[in-house]
Design a protein around this ligand. Structure first.
Ligand SMILES: Nc1ncnc2c1ncn2[C@@H]1O[C@H](COP(=O)(O)OP(=O)(O)O)[C@@H](O)[C@H]1O
Ligand SMILES: Cc1cn([C@H]2C[C@H](O)[C@@H](COP(=O)(O)O)O2)c(=O)[nH]c1=O
Ligand SMILES: [Zn+2]
Length: 208
């Protein structure tokens, strides 16, 4: 879908930067798509740097890892401004789990793009209650290219845009995978939220 444009052009024009955002629910293929684009940029011999929030230790402390085990080495950072220092000299910057960063990520991405870097950001557009998540709404508004990917609803097989939480927690940040979340379509998400389905803990207690 995205080409790997040359860095600068034949006439030594300044290189152009821009922002791409890949968003969607959990299990929708955001990380796979991020890895695909970054891998192609590497094949095109571009200088690629990849970052993720240090708090995301779910699969691996350093690698960005998809739910079906595709992986790429990354640098975990505690705050978004570290990316500016560490990305110096890169042609392409990839950022996964962008929803966990604070709002300063929006300015960091803009500065990188203004200076000629292609920035590819992947993140959850909504949290487990369907609320816009962290800096994602502002990134979506300021990106040149937006791709929304979809998972499969585990209840009915339709396309899923929501991440339904089955674990008992009301904290906005709760790392997890299929143990704690299900991809759901709108009606199945609403049904779960409105009927207050039992959590994984309650289901497990009922069977033991
Ligand atoms: N309900 C689901 N819908 C679609 N893919 C799923 C689902 N559950 C697990 N998967 C797996 O998750 C992969 C996508 O993983 P990943 O790229 O890490 O997604 P994301 O980063 O959006 O959470 C799919 O290729 C598929 O193998
Ligand atoms: C919906 C939701 C998710 N999370 C966490 C759960 C996972 O650790 C990540 C999302 O990872 P993915 O690559 O998109 O599958 O975010 C959360 O903390 N809060 C939420 O509301
Ligand atoms: Zn459904």
């Amino acid at each position: 879908m995205f080409i790997e444009p040359r860095v600068g052009n034949r006439h030594n024009a300044p290189r152009r930067g821009w922002i791409e955002v890949v968003c969607g629910s959990m299990f929708s293929g955001k990380t796979e798509e991020l890895i695909r684009r970054l891998t192609r940029a590497r094949i095109a011999r571009q200088r690629v740097e990849i970052f993720k929030p240090a708090l995301d230790t779910r699969y691996h402390a350093e690698d960005v890892v998809s739910h079906n085990a595709a992986r790429i080495r990354s640098t975990p950072v505690a705050i978004a401004s570290e990316i500016l220092l560490l990305a110096a000299g890169s042609d392409v910057v990839g950022i996964d789990e962008a929803q966990f960063f604070d709002d300063s990520l929006v300015d960091v991405c803009a500065q990188l793009a203004n200076n000629g870097t292609r920035v590819i950001v992947a993140g959850l557009d909504m949290d487990y209650l369907g609320r816009p998540f962290g800096p994602m709404p502002a990134l979506l508004a300021t990106a040149e290219y937006v791709t929304k990917v979809h998972a499969v609803c585990v209840c009915c097989g339709e396309i899923a845009s929501y991440s339904y939480r089955i674990a008992a927690s009301a904290s906005q940040v709760l790392l997890g995978e299929t143990d704690s979340y299900e991809a759901r379509c709108r009606p199945c998400f609403l049904e779960g939220v409105q009927s207050k389905e039992p959590t994984t803990e309650a289901r497990s207690a009922a069977t033991h």
